[in-house]
Structures are given as C-alpha cells and as structure tokens.
Ligand binder design. Structure first.
Ligand SMILES: [Zn+2]
Ligand SMILES: [Zn+2]
Length: 236
C-alpha cells in the first residue's frame, strides 16, 4: 500500500501529505466518471486534487449524475446567474472518507439543492465558483441529458451559520405544508428560522390534522372493542 500511495503521489503535484489524503482517493476514481467535456473534467479533478485533508471533504466538487436528482422544478431567474432550478438529491453530499468501508460517507440524503445553468462551459473557472461560493455551498456539476445543459449543483447557506444549517432545510420545505392559518404558519416558520440553526429540536413543525383525526378514530374503535368484549363477557 505504501508504495502505491507513493507512486500515486508522484502524479499529484504538491501533495506532501504523510498520510493517505483525499486527493489520492479522488484520483484513483477519475477513471470511473466523466462529464463528457474535458474542460469540466479537468476543473472538477483540480478541485479534488487540491483536497489534502485526511478525512473530511472540504472544497472538492464532484460529477453528479443527473439521474441522482429528482423533482426538478424551475424556481426563478437569478439576475447574476440566470435560471435557477430546485431539485432533490438522492445521494446527498460528500462528507468524509470512511477507512473501514473504503468509501465516502455522505450526508443529507434526498436534500434540496439548487441548479444553476452554465450558459457557457468555458465560464467554469475557479473565479466563477469562488464568486458563487460567497453565498452558496457548491457540491458539483451535472448535465441535463436532454438539453445538454451543464448545471452547477449548489445550496443556499445561512448568513448566521455560514453553512447549510437546519433553518435552510426548513425554509426549503415551507411550500410543502400549511396549517391554513397564516399566523400559525408564521409562528412555526419563525421557530424553524430563528431557533433551529444547530439544534433541530428547537423547531416546531406542522403536523397535519389528519394524523390527529386518525388517532382519535383509532382510540374510539379501541374503546368500543373493549366495551363489546366486556358486554360479551357479562352475557356469558
Ligand atoms: Zn495530499
Ligand atoms: Zn443557520
């Protein structure tokens, strides 16, 4: 293994790590994916080759197969970056290397992400990504197989946490529920936005009434069943 690491290291410029670093692991995987575009391949590879952490993945981007995204919906046209779509990402983002499993651990399975179309493939430069990364967490690049558009896969970050925290996840889910009462919606949303950044237990959530109704009906049925049983016993 040691000699293998050394020979790979020779291929990675500026890797002086005295441990197996993420750059080495990413490099071993280059042959298993392609974006179909050399410039984009090179760009993603360079972000991976500059990740010399031992375990945690920091700024490495990855090639994200489009079929790992679902519920893709157009949400808005951003002044700066153009059309923005929202989707869910089955796998979630790279988190850290797991030595035992010899694989990456991921976080945020089925998480919401945003997609920004790259109008010009040549525009994918470190400066472009750095600019987006001021207010977003960038995960990688994907391609719509129908339109052939390349898209940057990213997420909003919370101004307070400088990260994709619980509040961001709650906010992305606002449109999926309502109590049918604006004040109650607002109250619940406020707990999700203001208190839950690092502790999800501090947030309230809307539990649809149907759950309470079902519970109620179930309890009535159970007590009715008990009654019948008791009457049955008395008759006997
Ligand atoms: Zn290294
Ligand atoms: Zn936050």
């Amino acid at each position: 293994m040691d000699s293998f690491i050394k020979s790979v290291k020779k291929l990675i410029k500026s890797c002086d790590c005295d441990y197996e670093c993420n750059a080495i692991r990413f490099k071993q995987n280059f042959k298993n994916w392609t974006s179909g575009n050399n410039g984009i391949n090179k760009f993603i590879q360079n972000t991976q080759l500059s990740d010399h952490n031992e375990y945690m993945v920091r700024n490495a981007l990855e090639w994200i197969p489009y079929e790992r995204l679902y519920d893709i919906k157009y949400i808005a046209a951003d002044d700066e970056f153009g059309k923005v779509y929202r989707a869910n990402w089955t796998d979630g983002h790279l988190n850290k290397w797991n030595d035992e499993k010899q694989n990456w651990e991921r976080g945020g399975q089925n998480m919401f992400i945003n997609l920004k179309i790259l109008n010009n493939v040549a525009s994918i430069t470190s400066r472009y990504i750095d600019k987006i990364a001021v207010s977003h967490k960038v995960y990688g690049i994907t391609q719509d197989p129908e339109t052939k558009n390349y898209m940057v896969v990213l997420n909003d970050i919370c101004e307070k946490c400088n990260n994709v925290c619980n509040s961001i996840h709650f906010q992305q889910n606002f449109k999926n529920w309502t109590s049918d009462n604006n004040d109650i919606d607002k109250f619940i949303q406020d707990t999700q936005l203001s208190d839950a950044h690092d502790d999800v237990k501090k947030a309230l959530e809307w539990i649809p009434m149907i759950d309470f109704m079902m519970l109620n009906i179930l309890q009535k049925m159970m007590s009715l069943a008990k009654c019948t049983e008791q009457i049955g016993l008395m008759d006997a």
